[in-house]
Each structure stands twice: as structure tokens, then as C-alpha cells.
Design a protein around this ligand. Structure first.
Ligand code: DGY
Length: 320
């Protein structure tokens, strides 16, 4: 019998075709709704490979009965939905999709920053709601981006790609990271700063760190208080890095000027969430890496990683 592969979301046929030639492949039939947990658990019990989304929890409960499972290819660079220790115990290889999404994610992160600073969403709504009566000197005046200071929290590949974009806007680049990044310092002129120093000096605080026990809840009331009142907070990493109640309060009371958020503690966010009622917040439904080209590249990488592991080869992008 051919090994069984389960794909937890409906993907384009051409993306999964290479797997179909050699394996028995099944896919959850919906594009917009995650596979129900009971179905995922049931499919995992006989799967040799899973192609998962960041919304699927790959934990002990799933791995416990997944006796044939050899590889999980997660369609994301982040893998906080995967229990790496449990996978290691079970001998399951975990793969992610770094590199192929770096520039696309950096583009969107910078777009979010620009959108929040220059009030683009508000301006669009203003016209479409028929409010535009005349040109006026301070109509929808935003904050400049060029020549300001950006503080990047989490200086991985995406952080560096955002720093490159910031340099094009003549910005000063500060960064905070677990370890120093000589390349970013030498080539991009980025300056290492403690988190406190970065918060105090930055006009734009951009979070790009992975979600780990150390970064969980990193941004609380105190961190927003440490920021400039004119500063913007941009999160394109993971929602739980931020205490959303503290962020809402900081935005309401003018502790900070605005925010651009691609990620939330709970996704999808409740449409009645207080954050969504604020004009100084721009929100996106976790689409930082979502260009057609990049999402296809991510799917292809997942497929290649699955093929490699099932053939006994080294996958391209294993999470170590
Ligand atoms: C990732 O790859 O981790 C992103 O959050 C997906 O857009």
C-alpha cells in the first residue's frame, strides 16, 4: 500500500500533484475553514506525512497515536503550533518554510507600518463614505516615516529584510534580539539595543520575533508606557507576544499613537474585539506571507520536504 499523506487545508491541485503520483493523498475539502480536530486526529493515525497549517495543533494528543508518522511539513516559517519535544520523542521530522517568504513578509510588514503612519485605511474610508468635501491643509495628516527610527524586535531573516527596506527610507535602525547580528550591524548599520532602550528611542516598534516562552506576553502595559507617545507599534509575528488589553488601553489613552497588526491572540479575532473599534489601528488577517507567488513557493517547499523525508533523504528546511 502507498504511504498516506494528509493535507489539512484545500490547496491548489497543481501544488499537490507531485505527491499524488507516488502517494495516497487526501486533503481537507475547505479552503477557509480548518479541519475539525477529530478528523485531523483520525487521519493522523494512519498518515506517514502531514502537511499542516499554523492553525493546526501538532501536540502530544495528535502524535500519541500517529504511529506511521514520519514528517510534518508546516506551511509557515513559525512553528509555535508544533510541540517539538513531543515530535522528537516520537521521531517525527518537523519542517517549516523559511527563506521563501522573507521578502514578501518584509514587504507587508513595511506596508503595515506605512499604512498606520500615513492613515491610509482611514483615508480610503473617508472618500468612499463621501466625506471628502475639499482639500484642506491638515486633512488626514499622518506621521512621517522617512528619517525616523525603527526598532526591530526579533532580528531574523525577516527582521533584516525589514531593516533593508527601512534603510531605503533613510531610517535609523535599532534592533533587539537574543543574539547580536554582526551582518545586520555591518551591512545595514543596525544598532543593537536593550529592549528598554529600543522602546524609548523608536518611532516605530516592529515585532518580528518567534513566539516562545520568552516572548509570550513580552509587550505589557509597562512596555507601551516605555514607548514614545508618538510611536507606532507593528506586530507581524504572533499575537500572544502582546497583551491585547494593554495595547488597547495604550491606544485609547494616547500612550502610543497607533498600531498595525497582522496577528492576534485569537485568530480569527472576534469582530467585536475592542481593538477593532479604534481608528488608530490597522488590522490584517494574518497575511504577511500571502502573495500568490510566495504561498505557492511555500506549498512547493512543503511538498519537497515531505518527498525527501519519505524517501529517506534530508529535507531542505528541517526545524532543528
Ligand atoms: C509564518 O509563516 O509563520 C507566517 O506567520 C505565515 O504568514
Amino acid at each position: 500500500m502507498k504511504p498516506f499523506i494528509y493535507i489539512t487545508r484545500k490547496l491548489p491541485q497543481d501544488a499537490v500533484e507531485p505527491l499524488k503520483q507516488e502517494y495516497q493523498v487526501e486533503m481537507w475539502e475547505r479552503e477557509d475553514v480548518p479541519v475539525p480536530r477529530d478528523i485531523l486526529l483520525q487521519k493522523s493515525q494512519k498518515a506517514s506525512a502531514l502537511l499542516t497549517m499554523l492553525s493546526d495543533k501538532v501536540n502530544e494528543e495528535l502524535l500519541e497515536h500517529a504511529d506511521a508518522l514520519r514528517v510534518v511539513a508546516n506551511l509557515a516559517v513559525g512553528y509555535d503550533n508544533v510541540d517539538l519535544e513531543a515530535a522528537k520523542q516520537k521521531g517525527v521530522v518537523i519542517c517549516n518554510t523559511p527563506d521563501v517568504l522573507t521578502d514578501t513578509t518584509a514587504d507587508l510588514t513595511f506596508a503595515l507600518l506605512m499604512t498606520a503612519a500615513r492613515r491610509i485605511v482611514e483615508a480610503d474610508r473617508y472618500i468612499k463614505e463621501g466625506q471628502w468635501k475639499s482639500w484642506s491643509p491638515l486633512l488626514l495628516a499622518g506621521a512621517d516615516v522617512h528619517h525616523k527610527t525603527i526598532g526591530i524586535v526579533g532580528m531574523g531573516n525577516i527582521g533584516e529584510a525589514v531593516a533593508r527596506r527601512a534603510k531605503g527610507f533613510d531610517m535609523e535602525v535599532l534592533y533587539h534580539n537574543r543574539s547580536r547580528k554582526p551582518h545586520a550591524e555591518e551591512v545595514l548599520g543596525a544598532e543593537y539595543a536593550s529592549l528598554d532602550e529600543l522602546l524609548g528611542k523608536s518611532d516605530f516598534v516592529v515585532v518580528l520575533a518567534p513566539l516562545t516562552p520568552e516572548t509570550h506576553g513580552l509587550f505589557q502595559k509597562e512596555q507601551f508606557q516605555a514607548m514614545k507617545k508618538s510611536a507606532f507599534f507593528i506586530n507581524a509575528a504572533r499575537g500572544p507576544i502582546v497583551d491585547e488589553e494593554a495595547l488597547t488601553e495604550a491606544l485609547k489613552t494616547g500612550e502610543i499613537a497607533g498600531a498595525g497588526l497582522d496577528v492576534f491572540v485569537t485568530e480569527p479575532i472576534d469582530p467585536d474585539h475592542p481593538l477593532l473599534s479604534l481608528d488608530n489601528v490597522v488590522t490584517l488577517p494574518h497575511i504577511a506571507s500571502s502573495s500568490t507567488e510566495t504561498r505557492h513557493a511555500m506549498m512547493n517547499l512543503c511538498v519537497e520536504n515531505i518527498q525527501a523525508v519519505l524517501k529517506g533523504d534530508k529535507p531542505k528546511t528541517r526545524v532543528e
